[in-house]
Design a protein around this ligand. Structure first.
Ligand code: WT7
Length: 683
């Protein structure tokens, strides 16, 4: 039954047989109920969790129509709960304390550790008590800048336990980015680690964090404590250090502690702080709409937005999407490769799995270290049944062919998830046939930092999938496609992807800037939450997300705004103006193509190019390093001064078919830009 990339793949039988939702009829029935009677649907789900106090007001209340007043979303008014209690105490009290929560797998295969729910509860309480003793109270913001180690999970749960708000900053961000986020959140405590090996590369987290703390100090934001995990002492250093940062003492544990700078009065070693501290700490009972965490995501103005999620709705949504999208069962071993520093890690490494009492793999390393079969080796080692990764990783591993996968018995796999960007059908097919041995269900999950959890996804026991389509909305999510005028596109067609009503896990505000929340997501189409993505609905009702329709780009599944990169570039004194566009990239999905106009008296030299790339690395982070840098004697602007980005996207790929350029103030600039294209493969 082949219709090109509209070929249909039915759910794997072994998944459907035991699935929580095992047919499209059941999906439709549950979906209809979730829209017709959200209170009954989510109220039933809420019964599986501990609420210290039940709902006293409206179960759901909201306004999505900015023309009628302030945008707000509230779920389970009056109820009280604690998400940490639901992730830990609830299971321990049910006799599941000895169950493995995480198999920690280090960057080096020699390093591995097992941690149970019972052990985590004790450690979480100790850290919660340490934070309380430092005066951290309900509502205070705690910044977390850590590697993928169990202490990161402990830190976030400890913060949640005492009702404080965690703001996790991915360990690949630069000191400037960390400082920006700490300042915006007015964080009073930072939790970090000495350093971490990522593949053969050393990331000196504490050194970077110290630079960020200096910036905070200079801006008079008082940080009370920097709590530091001593991690390097316990891990194996890479065999041969490629960048000269290792000890030159292959395969020995690294004694890194004597190398970290120390700020007395501010820095506290984690292991010393928790010694002799009580492992008993009652949870703070939170209103369902109290903040749980904030997580920064790129905004089109260049200043990142602190996406704020609240306790109750996020809890229900993280738990429910995890259960249904991965069709989780108690004997599963689940492995999500995302870093906790991104939303995928928040919802599908920590909260979703733990709320379901799941057993997961927590992986510190990278897919290609020490060899290109590392993922498959880990899957075999722990008999992983549910696996969740990103198209960029799939494409990177695909390049090495089938043999590195086939070397390992990974037949335990039954559900394979994908997230971060549209997955191209070739990568989908390889994932399905080679990794899944054509005996799995694939879940291409569409969602955003803002949505808290999956909003469009197949269910692995129910949905016949089409490679490249995220298929159908999750329970409680009402999808619409709108045209430029805001008119709804019904049936087959393409338009702006929007949602008509809130589901429990949607963000509630932009931290400290509710107006920005309203204008970013609700202003364009009153009555709808606007994703910023475009989508197509096919004749069978399948949704195909086509990508961003704003000035955002998606590098390896990470959103960046062009404005963010441009503002980093123009900080260099040699740069007068810059414009950044996305260029398709075989592995990353998209990469950065930068045009720079130089200030008088500067030359576009190799040295300048290196400086400009470094500027972006230090302002944002290494993952944002531009792939292309081109001199632009001028930029293609309309008479009103707006840069015509589609022209720049065409020049970036060497395509002269740029359509109508008659509205440009100076159309001849397009040919000039063509002349200045860098040679292929060269930055
Ligand atoms: C943007 C959100 C959700 C966690 C990771 C990224 C794109 C994400 C898909 C998918 C097509 C996707 C969208 C979205 N995106 N998943 N399955 N199919 N596009 O979170 O950084 O908030 O980015 O990623 O463009 O808006 P994020």
């Amino acid at each position: 039954m082949s219709h090109g990339n509209e070929q249909i793949f039915n759910p794997a039988e072994r998944v459907a047989k035991i699935s929580h939702c095992s047919s499209m009829e059941q999906y439709k029935q549950m979906y209809d109920k979730s829209l017709k009677d959200p209170e009954a649907f989510w109220g039933d789900i809420a019964k599986n969790f501990h609420f210290e106090q039940n709902v006293t007001g409206k179960f759901m209340d909201y306004n999505f129509d900015i023309s009628k007043g302030k945008i707000f979303i509230r779920w389970m008014e009056g109820a009280k709960t604690n998400i940490c209690y639901n992730c830990l105490d609830r299971h321990v009290l049910a006799g599941k304390g000895d169950q493995v929560a995480f198999y920690w797998e280090g960057n080096d295969p020699a390093d591995a550790e097992v941690v149970t729910y019972g052990e985590l509860l004790k450690e979480v309480c100790r850290v919660a008590n340490v934070l309380k003793a430092k005066g951290v109270a309900k509502g205070d913001r705690v910044a977390i800048y850590m590697p993928m180690i169990k202490e990161l999970v402990v830190a976030m749960l400890a913060v949640a336990r005492i009702g404080a708000v965690h703001s996790i900053v991915f360990g690949g961000y630069s000191a400037d980015s960390l400082a920006d986020r700490m300042l915006d959140a007015q964080a009073s405590v930072l939790i970090t680690a000495d350093a971490v090996w990522r593949g053969a590369k050393l990331i000196a987290l504490k050194e970077i964090a110290d630079d960020a703390l200096k910036v905070c100090q200079a801006k008079n934001v008082k940080v009370k404590m920097s709590l530091v995990v001593q991690h390097m002492k316990n891990v194996t250093a890479p065999q041969a250090s490629s960048n000269g940062t290792a000890n030159g003492n292959p395969s020995k544990k690294t004694h890194f502690d004597d190398k970290v700078g120390w700020n007395s009065g501010l820095d506290v070693w984690w292991h010393e702080a928790v010694k002799d501290v009580s492992s008993d700490c009652p949870p703070e009972w939170m209103d369902t709409e109290d903040p749980l965490f904030m997580l920064y995501t790129s905004g089109s103005t260049g200043k990142p937005k602190g996406v704020l999620h609240t306790v109750g709705g996020y809890m229900l949504y993280a738990a429910t999407t995890f259960k249904y999208t991965f069709d989780y069962h108690p004997d599963d071993v689940y492995f999500c490769t995302a870093d906790i520093g991104w939303i995928t890690g928040h919802t599908y490494v920590t909260y979703g799995p733990m709320l379901n009492n799941a057993t997961s793999v927590l992986f510190e390393g990278v897919p290609t270290y020490p060899h290109i079969g590392r993922f498959w080796e880990i899957i075999k080692k722990y008999k992983v049944s549910k696996f969740y990764t990103a198209p960029t990783a799939i494409r990177a591993l695909m390049k090495f062919g089938d043999e590195p996968v086939k070397k390992y018995d990974i037949s335990s796999l039954s559900v394979l998830g994908s997230v971060g960007e549209p997955i191209n059908p070739e990568a989908w097919m390889w994932y399905y046939q080679i990794v899944g041995d054509s005996n799995v269900s694939i879940a291409d999950t569409f969602w955003q930092t803002e949505t808290g959890g999956h909003v469009i996804t197949p269910l692995p026991g129910a949905t016949p999938t089409k490679p490249g389509s995220a298929c159908f909305p999750f329970f409680g999510v009402e999808v619409a496609l709108l045209d430029d005028e805001g008119k709804e596109v019904k049936g087959e067609g393409e338009g702006y992807l929007v949602f008509r009503r809130p589901w429990p896990g949607i963000m509630r505000t932009v931290y400290g800037n509710h107006e920005r929340f309203e204008t970013t997501y609700f202003k364009k189409f009153p009555g709808f939450y606007c994703t910023g993505d475009g989508a197509r609905r096919d004749k069978d009702g399948y949704i195909w997300v086509t990508g961003r329709i704003d000035d955002m780009l998606n590098v390896s599944g990470h959103l960046l705004s062009t404005a963010q990169v441009e503002s980093a570039l123009v900080e260099h004194p040699a740069v007068a103006e810059s414009a950044v566009v996305a260029r398709p990239h075989a592995v990353k999905g998209e990469c950065l193509y930068c045009y720079v106009t130089l200030a008088e008296g500067n030359d576009f030299t190799e040295k300048l190019i290196v400086e400009l790339r470094n500027k972006v690395r230090t302002k944002i982070g290494a993952f944002a390093t531009p792939d292309y840098m081109q001199l632009a004697p001028g930029l293609p602007k309309t008479r009103s001064g707006k840069i015509m980005r589609r022209v720049l996207r065409k020049v970036a790929v060497g395509d002269r078919d740029f359509g109508d350029i008659s509205t440009l103030a100076d159309p001849s600039i397009v040919e000039v830009l063509f002349q200045h294209r860098p040679k292929e493969g060269k930055v």
